[in-house]
Design a protein around this ligand. Structure first.
Ligand code: COS
Length: 378
């Protein structure tokens, strides 16, 4: 880690200890998202890290961003995910938006005064994203949206939504991307999901009923929406990996501390080799995941994006988070299963990391497709 990264990490560690950690048990129980925590993270610059400074961002690298997400996730996977998705929305607007769109929507997102949401999934199109059926019909001066979206992270608390909708023929080439603001007539929220984990981060259904979107809110051109979504997900995938590393690290930390202090059979349970091997494996898998995440991030920073590696980072890190958090509960035993210790929360939060931003089965599909392509061209 360079000096700046160490400073970011230390600053976040302090912030999380003082501002996030004290609320987590209560907020997880009551499903409370605190906008003031998000705002404060924004004041420190953490809600717009990779965005260029001219639009209010910090202009930092994806590697720096991954380190920050990992640190926040050690206290709260939910706030880390909120930042990750909101940053993905900023990246989309920055990469595919025109100057007016950038000036209009980016500063509030980067400063953390507003949250962004990414809206692709529908009830009948999850992994098969290009089968989506929400329509955007061209009318004078804009488009009219009809349909619904599900599983939308930050649904209800976000102000800016990137919505993928069909403007043309079936399949990926008929999809366009729109910027939709909270409060648009015909745009409302459906049910809030009751979830196993990520309970602090609201997940909602979005409903569009003859919702008019002005022409200037179309991103890029008609028919580019699927490529925009896929390109954004590539970055989103390794940032989810970074969050998974933080989640797993916290679980290991809790495990080692507990194992060193818990006495059974007149010795610390850490001294039993069966547990030592478990913790050694946990630590090794976490380091493998971290290296993959950092490498995938650096590839984006160096303008040599590698979709295969981004998927590998997401796959490895999130499977590791699930395994490590489950083992942490095992090491803590009975108390690990209770809410007295945070490991059961991290285990619940880890599960959906294997599902969001492309299930780990979809990551394998993309990895295998890339392998096939590489071998067919050699
Ligand atoms: N960047 C840019 N363009 C991309 C791309 C990427 N990473 N991935 C695919 N595309 C383009 C392809 O090049 C293709 O364009 P052309 O027809 O011009 O060649 C087009 O998009 C369609 O691609 P593809 O044929 O691979 O689409 P599929 O329908 O087979 O879908 C998967 C591919 C399965 C990988 C995709 O649907 C997917 O990622 N599904 C999971 C969705 C997801 O992650 N949902 C979570 C939402 S957020 S919680």
């Amino acid at each position: 880690m360079n000096e700046l990264q160490l400073e970011l990490k230390n600053q976040l560690e302090k912030f999380c200890q003082q501002q996030i950690e004290p609320h987590m048990e209560h907020d997880d129980e009551t499903e409370t998202f605190r906008m003031e925590i998000f705002n404060q993270l924004g004041e420190l610059g953490f809600t717009g890290m990779p965005l260029p400074e001219e639009y209010g961002g910090m202009g930092l690298s994806y590697e720096d961003f991954s380190i920050a997400l990992c640190e926040i996730a050690k206290s709260s996977v939910a706030y880390a995910v909120t930042i990750s998705v909101s940053s993905m929305v900023q990246a989309i607007i920055n990469e595919f938006g025109d100057e007016d769109q950038k000036k209009k929507f980016l500063p509030a997102l980067a400063s953390g005064s507003e949250i962004g949401a990414f809206c692709l999934s529908e009830s009948a199109s999850g992994s098969d994203a290009s089968a989506l059926t929400t329509t955007a019909k061209k009318v004078e001066g804009g488009y009219v949206l009809n349909g619904s979206k599900i599983w939308i992270t930050s649904g209800g608390i976000a102000k800016t939504y990137i919505v993928m909708a069909r403007t043309g023929a079936p399949g990926p080439s008929g999809i366009s991307a729109f910027i939709v603001r909270d409060g648009a007539a015909g745009f409302s929220f459906g049910k809030k999901e009751k979830k196993m984990g990520w309970r602090v981060s609201p997940t909602r259904e979005l409903l569009f009923h003859n919702c008019f979107i002005p022409e200037e809110n179309l991103l890029a051109k008609e028919g580019e929406g699927f490529k925009i979504a896929m390109a954004a997900l590539e970055k989103g995938r390794f940032t989810i990996g970074a969050i998974a590393v933080g989640c797993a690290e916290r679980a290991l930390d809790e495990s080692v501390r507990y194992a060193l202090s818990r006495q059974q059979f007149k010795q610390a349970i850490f001294d039993f080799q069966g547990l030592q091997f478990m913790m050694a494996d946990m630590a090794t898998e976490i380091e493998c995941s971290r290296l993959l995440v950092y490498q995938a991030a650096r590839d984006y920073d160096n303008h040599t994006p590698n979709a295969k590696l981004a998927c590998m980072a997401k796959l490895k890190a999130t499977d590791t988070a699930m395994k490590v958090t489950t083992d942490a509960v095992q090491i803590l035993g009975g108390v690990g299963y209770t809410r007295e210790y945070p490991v059961e929360r991290f285990m619940r939060d880890a599960k959906v990391l294997q599902i969001v931003e492309g299930t780990n089965q979809i990551q394998r599909v993309v990895i295998a497709r890339n392998l096939k392509k590489e071998y067919s061209t050699h």
